[in-house]
Structure formats: structure tokens, C-alpha cells
Ligand binder design. Structure first.
Ligand SMILES: [Zn+2]
Length: 374
């Protein structure tokens, strides 16, 4: 059983049950106003656990005065409306999060339609797309719209639990990621922006303009991470798992993981152009691809975006969707820095320097059998 934990004398970590990825953290801040950061999903089991653990911490759900939401994902926002209705607590969230809360089901429906088109465009068979509908049903079941009483902007400050929290927009994992930073206490609530034990996924979302190109979420995410790496904080309290202590080291490790996965994607493409869906089969077991097709496509597209951004890979858009191949002009460039993220402090190495022909087979032999991250 997951138990809550006093992180400091006035911050309590409350892990709430989640179906596939074990738990999501809500954070109780005991000071004035009495605050909960993130809520858990709109499910009976999560609500019951939250009430029990709040009681163990000596407060009732009805006592809560403020709810902060780190991003719009349902495991962080699903119970906001229920808690606000029962306690009278105000909800404060970044403008982008608030916009989601206003019309959650409509936004979810739009995301679903976009993702179906995305999967089709990137080579997923129709049967796989149809089967992924259960994923969207789970999202619908665990979410609920809410009203945001105080809409925050990037750079604002909010009083919560006896602390002054600075609001920092850090998109990437989702479009709405927010850090709540206590500069004096040198800690931050970071949602899923950075997680201790697993690399955060990045959702692929449409262009803001109808005729615009799709943003490269993973490029934006790594840019966000470099900003986070140098923040002078002692701990980061995240959405899943344990608090993070040496976040600079962790960011560096995450960059290494991205480097290695980029190398594996590139190794697959050495054998010829492929769709994103075809690449997933080279990186994950058939079971993982079948169970989480959208998440693994997001993961591959995210790394392809990094490779596109570095000019190492080309995308060819045809009538039947996109295929990716090694950029022909890349071979004419000097070997160093062909594969670079161009991000301050972190540079991807050219994988072909240490992954010569044959490396593709080695990379595929070590294919990852773990599920995609949350
Ligand atoms: Zn999330």
C-alpha cells in the first residue's frame, strides 16, 4: 500500500492510485492558505485515498482552501471540480491549464481526432487506431471539467501553504506544464516536467494555426529542461515517484538517454526509409506497441523531431503519409556536430562516430521491452 510521507514539516506527499503507472502525487501544503497541489484522477478509489491520507495528516478535504494544478493531464486535475465543490477551495492555474479546464471534454475530443489522424499519417494500421479508443475512453472516464478562479500567467506569484510560489511555464511534456517555484525554500512543484525514475513522455499536438506546421514538442521539452537544470533549487517535487534532489545531474542523464534513443532510431533508418510506426516495432516489443501504440508513436516522433531539428534526418510526405530517412546532405557535412540539439550546455554527438555499419543490428538487438513512460 502506498502511504503518504512528510517531505518537510509542512509538505506532505500523498500518492494516489492510478491504473497503469502505479501512482500520482498530490501535495498537501499545510500553511496559509491550506493548499493541495494536483488532485489525482476523477475516480472513486483516488478520492477515497485522498480523503484517508488527508485525515492521517490531520486535515479534512473540506478544509482545503486552494488547489494548484501543474498541468491539464487528468491524473493531476481530474478531482479539481469535486474537491472545489466540497471544500469551497479556489482553483488557481496557468492560463493554458485554465482553458483546458473550461471545456475539458471538447478539448479531449479534439485531441482524440488529431491523434487518430496522426497515427494514420505515420503508418499505424486502422485496427491499431481503433483499438486505441480504449485509451481515450479511460481519459474520458478519469477527467472532469473544472472552473479556474484565479487564472495565472507565466511569471506571476501565488501565495500557497505559507509560501510564495513563482509561476513558471515550462511546456514540453504537455502544452500546459507549469512549475510552482518557492525561491526562498529552494524547492519547486514540477508536475511531470521531470520525474525521478522515468523519462517524461511528450505529447504531440497540432499547430495553433490551421495551416501551420506541427510544433516539435520534444525539441521544446529539451529546451525547457536546460532552463530547469540550472535553477538553484534543492528539491523538485514531481507528479510521480520520489522527490528529486540533484536535478542538474538528472537532466544530464535524461539528455544521455535521448542521445542513445536518437542513435537507435538513426540505426534503424540506416537500412532504408521507414514510417514512425515501422520504427516503433524496432524499438519495443510487439506487446508494448500493441498496448500503447499512441505513446510509442509519440516517443518515436519526438526523437525524429530532434533528428530533423539537427538536420540528420529528412521527412518525405506522400499520399500515404510520412516516411523518414537519413538526410542525404548530412554525409557531405563534417562528421562532428551533425547531430546536435543546439541547446546550451548539451550537444548530441554524431552517432555514426561510434555506431558504424553494423551498429543498426546492435541497436536493435538491445531493443527496449519496457513500456513507454507515462
Ligand atoms: Zn502528465
Amino acid at each position: 500500500m502506498i502511504r503518504s510521507l512528510n517531505v518537510t514539516h509542512d509538505i506532505v506527499q500523498i500518492p494516489l492510485p492510478l491504473p497503469q503507472i502505479r501512482s500520482v502525487n498530490a501535495w498537501l501544503l499545510r500553511g496559509d492558505p491550506l493548499t493541495l497541489v494536483d488532485t489525482g484522477p476523477a475516480e472513486d478509489r483516488a478520492l477515497a485515498t485522498l480523503e484517508t491520507e488527508l485525515r492521517r495528516a490531520g486535515v479534512r478535504l473540506e478544509d482545503l482552501e486552494l488547489i494548484l494544478i501543474t498541468h491539464h493531464h487528468l491524473d493531476h486535475s481530474g478531482l479539481a471540480a469535486t474537491i472545489a465543490a466540497r471544500s469551497g477551495a479556489s482553483v488557481a492555474a496557468l492560463d493554458r491549464v485554465a482553458a483546458y479546464g473550461d471545456s475539458y471534454q471538447e478539448r479531449l475530443e479534439a485531441d482524440r481526432g488529431f491523434s487518430r489522424a496522426l497515427m494514420r499519417h505515420h503508418g499505424a494500421p486502422q485496427a491499431v487506431i481503433d483499438e486505441n479508443e480504449t485509451f481515450w475512453e479511460q481519459l474520458r472516464a478519469g477527467s472532469q471539467p473544472w472552473r479556474t478562479d484565479r487564472v495565472l500567467a507565466d511569471g506571476d506569484s501565488v501565495r500557497a501553504g505559507g509560501r510564495e510560489l513563482r509561476v513558471v511555464a515550462r511546456p514540453g511534456h504537455s502544452t500546459t506544464d507549469t512549475l510552482f517555484v518557492d525561491d526562498r525554500g529552494r524547492l519547486a512543484f514540477v508536475g511531470d516536467h521531470l520525474l525521478a525514475s522515468v523519462s517524461s513522455n511528450t505529447e504531440i499536438y497540432p499547430a495553433v494555426e490551421p495551416d501551420g506546421t506541427r510544433p516539435r514538442a520534444r525539441v521544446e521539452y529539451l529546451r525547457s529542461l536546460t532552463l530547469t537544470a540550472t535553477m538553484p533549487l534543492r528539491s523538485m517535487l514531481s507528479g510521480h515517484g520520489e522527490p528529486i534532489r540533484a536535478h542538474g545531474d538528472l537532466v544530464e542523464r535524461r539528455f544521455g538517454e535521448h542521445q542513445r534513443r536518437c542513435e537507435r532510431v538513426l540505426a534503424v533508418l540506416q537500412d532504408g526509409p521507414a514510417s514512425a510506426y515501422e520504427i516503433t516495432a524496432q524499438l519495443w516489443s510487439p506487446q508494448t506497441v500493441a498496448e500503447q501504440p499512441l505513446l510509442v508513436i509519440w516517443e518515436v516522433l519526438g526523437h525524429l523531431d530532434l533528428l530533423l531539428d539537427a538536420g540528420v534526418v529528412q521527412e518525405c510526405v506522400g499520399d500515404d503519409g510520412s516516411r523518414y530517412g537519413v538526410a542525404s546532405f548530412a554525409m557531405r557535412q563534417p562528421p562532428a556536430n551533425r547531430l546536435t540539439a543546439g541547446i546550451r550546455g548539451f550537444r548530441f554527438q554524431d552517432p555514426r562516430n561510434h555506431d558504424r555499419p553494423g551498429g543498426g543490428r546492435r541497436a536493435r538487438a538491445s531493443r527496449n521491452r519496457q513500456p513507454a513512460s507515462p
